[in-house]
Design a protein around this ligand. Structure first.
Ligand code: C2E
Ligand code: CA
Ligand code: CA
Length: 594
């Protein structure tokens, strides 16, 4: 069959005019012919049917131009033809999609595919060209070319868009997964109409006083024959086919109905969080629809929170920001679910107007290295506190985890330690039985100065901090330790440039003092906590190993934030070493002259 791969020069319909490959119809006929001619080879798996495409080919056409797109297709066609030159035929199915039928051993096939992928990665456009490949290895002799192509396409769908796994084989697992997907799609509408989607509620607790502070509504699919189907199984399929928006609106309505019922029964109720899929936020008018439902049930907006997942930011921040602004206008509190799981954590915190962060303990254990995970977790908690966000930790399974969270300043937990998600009646009873309390930010900023703006390099606060005030620092005081969070340039100058900013952060600040001076310093901090006013003191310290470098600093401090276990201070310093030395000199002279 190798002779079918020649580039055509005529204008016959048997060839693709752009790439010179044989036409799709011709290709399919040839495949059927080959199969009929070598049934034993086909049964023995000697042939492979490949299907491949170019990821986001339209973007290439858009960013560059159609000629560039065409050039890429010609490049691919000619490379495929030279790699699959013997006992193979290649065609372009349509646009950027190609198919190959080849007689080959597995190793040879993968070698060819790897070479193709390598050549593509070297392609000269300043844009990463990604191609994914589905492979069907023949086994049955009764499958027409079309059925083989379908199988290669199914295998392809399992890796499409995957930058790491570029090709996949068609296997029975692939078939089952796809069949499962088809089946779920086939029965989902009926399931919604016949109320098979049921809500379970998972309460959230304050680990300090064990009061309930909120709950999350989680959907369960209770199928009359198959029993409970877990959301992990159907949510991704609904997100793919768009049905998730219907389900989320339904869940939202059921939550409203439940809250109304509690209010009518005069049961004291806590806010309920409803999940909003990343797919939902692209649905025009979703926020308005939610609001109509809420009004229909006459539910106060403060009793519902909306949970958006951090992965929604991957498709760009604009859409999610717009959605959040819109629901904020109606008065909803917005939580960021699975915070820290997507790449965008820090960025999204800065640019999205969120109210509450949810951290998943999964990211601690997934690390494999618990130590690493706890460092990440505590820095995220500290950052969230500093920005004034309440934090809810979820997936908390044991007391050690909850105690650890408390030790880093986060007291709100959701997880099996306190309760699994439970059905409505059980949840209602839990609310009746336990105390209820509102959520508070992890750190209460008590100073008028807007401390949040310190994170914004362009803010007035930062400008003042960096340029106009003298030496200034912000630090956190906790369990007798003092950790510098931020110092300005003048601070470093003031202490004689003996230490860099990064070294400041590495040290326990109090280690620069001797015992006597340290005590004096801590006494000032304690006074400032007590008085909530500015307090001052003068102390000697040394930032170097050389005893000659002792300096005297006059500090003034003021509390700017308090959490359950730490206090944040704003600190101004002045180096008074020269004055002190001069004073000492005068005193010595006086003493000597007496
Ligand atoms: P999620 O929003 O992150 O929900 C938390 C998941 O963690 C829930 O799984 C919950 O049952 C589980 N979980 C709670 N405590 C623990 C614990 O201590 N240990 C462990 N290992 N797991 C715990 P679930 O209910 O299976 O939901 C899975 C995901 O399905 C949810 O993750 C959410 O992304 C999605 N989902 C569930 N209900 C809805 C819904 O109504 N709408 C949308 N769009 N998505 C939903
Ligand atoms: Ca959630
Ligand atoms: Ca979550």
């Amino acid at each position: 069959m190798s002779n079918y791969n020649g580039v055509n020069t005529s204008h016959s319909n048997d060839f693709d005019s752009l790439t010179g490959l044989i036409s799709y119809d011709c290709f399919m006929e040839r495949v059927d012919d080959i199969v009929r001619a070598d049934l034993s080879g086909v049964a023995a798996g000697k042939y492979a049917f490949l299907y491949l495409d170019v990821l986001r080919f339209k973007v290439i056409n858009d960013i560059f131009n159609v000629e560039e797109g065409d050039r890429l297709l010609i490049f691919i066609a000619s490379h495929l033809m030279s790699l699959f030159s013997e006992d193979s035929i290649v065609t372009r199915v349509s646009s950027d999609r190609f198919a190959i039928f080849t007689k080959t051993e597995n190793e040879q096939l993968e070698e060819n595919l790897n070479r193709y992928l390598f050549e593509l990665s070297e392609y000269e456009l300043p844009y990463e060209i990604v191609s994914n490949i589905g492979i069907y290895i023949t086994s049955r002799t009764d499958l027409p070319a079309q059925a083989m192509l379908d199988r290669a396409i199914l295998a392809h769908s399992t890796v499409k868009g995957d930058y790491i796994r570029r090709y996949a084989y068609y296997t029975s697992e692939v078939r089952d997964a796809i069949l499962g997907e088809h089946e779920i799609t086939g029965i989902m509408n009926l399931a919604l109409e016949t109320n098979q989607f049921v809500i379970y509620y998972q309460p959230q607790f304050n680990h300090i006083d064990k009061t309930m502070v909120g709950a999350e509504a989680l959907v369960r699919w209770i199928h009359p024959q198959r029993g409970v189907i877990s959301p992990g199984k159907f949510i991704p399929i609904f997100e793919k086919n768009g049905f998730i928006t219907k389900v989320d609106l339904y869940i939202f309505e059921q939550v409203c109905r439940f809250i109304k019922k509690c209010l009518e029964k005069k049961i004291e109720i806590i806010p309920i969080s409803v999940n909003i899929s990343r797919r939902d936020i692209y649905h025009p008018g979703l926020a308005k629809k939610l609001e109509e439902i809420r009004i229909k049930y006459d539910v106060p907006v403060k009793l519902i929170r909306l949970e958006v997942t951090e992965s929604a930011t991957i498709d760009g921040i604009q859409r999610i920001s717009d959605f959040i602004s819109e629901v904020h206008r109606y008065g909803y509190v917005v939580e960021m679910d699975d915070f820290g799981s997507a790449y965008s954590s820090l960025n999204s915190l800065k640019s999205i107007d969120l109210d509450i962060l949810k951290l998943d303990m999964k990211f601690l254990s997934d690390e494999g290295n618990t130590n690493n995970g706890s460092i990440i977790l505590s820095s995220v908690v500290r950052m969230a506190k500093w920005l004034g966000f309440p934090i809810i930790a979820e997936g908390v399974e044991n007391k050690e985890q909850a105690d650890f969270l408390l030790s880093i300043g986060s007291c709100y937990v959701q997880g099996y330690l306190y309760s699994k998600p439970v059905p409505e009646d059980e949840f209602m009873q839990m609310m009746i039985d336990s105390g209820i309390q509102p959520l508070k930010p992890a750190m209460n900023l008590i100073n008028k100065m807007n401390a949040n703006n310190f994170w914004d390099p362009k803010s007035l606060e930062t400008m003042i901090f960096s340029n106009y005030v003298g030496g200034a620092a912000i630090y956190e005081y906790k369990n007798g330790n003092l950790e510098i969070l931020r110092v300005n340039r003048k601070y470093i100058q003031e202490i004689g440039n003996h230490i860099s900013e990064t070294e400041m952060w590495k040290h326990n600040f109090l280690s620069f003092f001797d015992d006597e001076n340290r005590e004096k310093y801590i006494a000032m901090l304690e006074r400032a906590i007590e008085s909530e006013d500015e307090e001052e003191c003068e102390t000697w310290r040394n930032y170097t190993d050389n005893p000659e470098n002792k300096i005297c600093i006059r500090d003034s401090v003021r509390v700017i934030g308090k959490s359950i276990d730490s206090v944040m201070f704003y600190n101004m310093i002045r180096n008074v070493t020269a004055e002190k030395r001069a004073l000492e000199e005068i005193q010595r002279k006086i003493t000597n002259s007496v």
